[in-house]
Design a protein around this ligand. Sequence first.
Ligand SMILES: [Zn+2]
Length: 303
Amino acid sequence: MSARTTLFVAATAIAVGCLSVAPSMAQTPAHQPAVPLIASASLNSNAVTHPTWYPNWEPGVGKGNPVSWPSSWPRPRLLKPAVTGPLTGRVIVIDPGHNLGNSSHVSQINRHYWVGLNKICNTTGTQSRGGLPEATYTYDVAKRLAQRLTAAGAVVVLTRNANNWTTYGPCIQARGLLGGQVHADIEVSIHADGGPSYGRGAFVYTPARMTGYTSLAKATKSVTLAKRILSGLAANGLRGSTYLIPNVAPDRMQGTLNVSTIPTVIVETLNMRNSADAAIAESKTGRQRVADGLFEGIRQYLS
Ligand SMILES: [Zn+2]
């Protein structure tokens, strides 16, 4: 594939990544299929809520004073390991993309903030062909991944402890900053794409070098993490993207990645608008395979 074609394909995928769903399509729980999702009770009972703050960065102002985490957002959640293992001593932030309630808080999620560029707080995300919201998918995969990580000895912090219609967010700047705030080794944001129906597979956004935001070290380590994660997914039978090549894409348009102070990636784990990928997203075993692939990539990176 020529360089020009590569750039065109990448630009197309970035344009459709995390496609917003019109509120009318995702406003009511009636659109949720009867997909069995992992129960919160099965997570480690040592879980506690982690207090935090986020910087109030306004458009045209830049880095402003910190403010409290709003009560209308889900809280971050700290999960402590009950056992020691290969990841003992590691702290990993897992960020399940979006929130179910973003669809019912349109004015709040459309507020603009400064994250290295002017962006809105959050988006609704896409949904699978069978109607599974991206937010519900990412939350379930995140919990499965957290189980694997804590079972290997890691401390895990989830950026949100709920996926419901009464909360929205957190905004992307708070998600992106959380890793540094809790002194994590890495932060991994879990998403699924709303790409072209003919294409399938995973791709990973990494932070692009940007003065004041992303250093060479952060950018380089994040690319390594991205490659390990794609390898981990492949080891679990999950392919790289057929419509964004190469499958690792440095991107300065991703506020979550810009504001992070540690190595970080956004993983578009599959394409929810493709029938084969949607079948993976909509099945319990499929979501476990995604979580297992992410776990394997993280384990390899931190080893
Ligand atoms: Zn997304």
